[in-house]
Design a protein around this ligand. Structure first.
Ligand code: OSB
Ligand code: MG
Length: 372
């Protein structure tokens, strides 16, 4: 296999409902779509889902664009490969920049699966025919607005809800949602917003009584020791997200018992090959995983659905339907959830076609090796 042409599209789409985390609020997304075309004219698609600003991680849309043009396009173009892992080895010496790499990895996997004539899920080793989806709800202006969002999503059929929390927005909203929905599969995500101090410990001890499925990333990404200490003090599992960027981080988490659940994000880990390895390592260690999201457009979302078909994705994933995020997605058909479940496509590759006209309509800049 050889990629003879690469195109990049920086695409901006508004969110149907603004989203606020512990660090910031966003109303639209600027993601980069990667189209990789082989010698036979077949195209694979991937998505660089970096946030525009460096608040989730250190990357931005602008750094991803720059790294893609300067390092990843030259590494991928013209290389001979049989498996996506072989292609990824071309950019192995580039440190960091996982989101940028993930877009190229996903395009290679889509192309690889299309070449084999199988679905991406099958190519990855996925066995599920449908995956259970959950919704992630941002910080709302008040408790009533949050309760309205939870009601809206549970009415839409979702059985798992994750709430963003931050110091000052934690016990009160969680208790309100819990008392309105006693049986809801509920968890919280702090995006690393808490300092490792006594006040935070008191909040987490109180949250331990709310029957949460997990508490996601309470402390700063590199603070494995703080997570380990908290995990020993709680019965609620801690889930790591931002802390685990590579397999070494996952081994640290396991060695220190710094978390008992893993959120696998294709973007955060630099692509589908590493995501799959993390799945296997976690499975061997008895750690359940789920697939986290970065508000992906349909291209990245479809890859997340395919990954979630793997056996150890036993917890609901952040792969809700396109309509939770966008009035019109960039893929056809859009991704749909029925009763909180998304079916895993059986068509080759990601199983959705890219609506190139809609992509172009929303594109702010493009790059094409055929035009360069
Ligand atoms: O921590 O999972 C996170 C969005 C932006 C930054 C961080 C996170 C999120 C989400 C999105 O929760 C979930 C989704 O894509 O549905
Ligand atoms: Mg998270």
């Amino acid at each position: 296999m050889r990629i003879d042409r690469l195109r990049l599209f920086e695409v901006s789409l508004p969110l149907v409902h603004g989203f606020e985390t512990s660090s910031h609020r966003k109303t639209h997304l600027d993601h980069i779509l990667v189209a990789a075309t082989d010698a036979d004219g077949r195209t694979g698609w991937g998505e660089i889902a970096s946030p525009a600003d460096p608040y989730y991680g250190s990357e931005t849309t602008a750094t991803a664009w720059s790294i893609a043009l300067r390092y990843l396009v030259p590494a991928a173009l013209g290389a001979e490969w049989d498996t996506p892992a072989q292609l990824e080895s071309q950019w192995q010496r580039v440190r960091g920049h996982e989101f940028a790499k993930a877009g190229f990895s996903a395009a290679a996997w889509d192309l690889h699966a299309r070449d084999l004539g199988v679905s991406l899920a099958t190519a990855l080793g996925g066995t599920r025919t449908e995956v259970v989806a959950g919704v992630s709800l941002g910080i709302e202006p008040g408790i009533d607005a949050l309760l309205a969002q939870v009601q809206r999503q549970t009415d839409a059929g979702y059985g798992r809800v994750k709430l963003k929390i931050a110091p000052g927005w934690d016990l009160e909203p969680v208790r309100a949602v819990r008392s309105a929905h006693p049986d809801l599969d509920l968890h919280v995500d702090a995006n690393g917003a808490y300092p490792d101090d006594d006040a935070a410990a008191a909040v987490f001890r109180a949250l331990d009584d709310e029957r949460l499925t997990m508490i996601e990333q309470p402390f700063a990404p590199r603070d494995f020791v703080a997570h380990a200490r908290l995990q020993q003090a709680l019965s609620t599992p801690i889930c790591l997200d931002e802390s685990v960027v590579d397999l070494g981080d996952l081994r640290t988490m396991l060695a220190l018992d710094a978390g008992r659940v893993l959120n696998i994000k294709v973007s955060r880990m630099g692509g589908l090959t590493v995501a799959r390895e993390a799945h296997d390592l976690a499975a061997d260690a008895g750690i359940p995983v789920w697939c986290g999201g970065m508000h992906e457009f349909g291209v990245g979302r479809a890859a997340n659905v395919a990954l979630s078909a793997m056996p150890n994705f036993v917890l609901p994933s952040d792969v809700s339907g396109s309509d939770k995020y966008f009035a019109r997605d960039v893929v056809v058909p859009a991704i749909v959830a029925h009763a909180g479940r998304v079916s895993v496509p059986t068509a080759p590759g990601i199983g959705h076609e890219v609506d190139e006209e809609w992509v172009r309509h929303n594109t702010s800049r493009t790059f094409d090796t055929a035009a360069a």
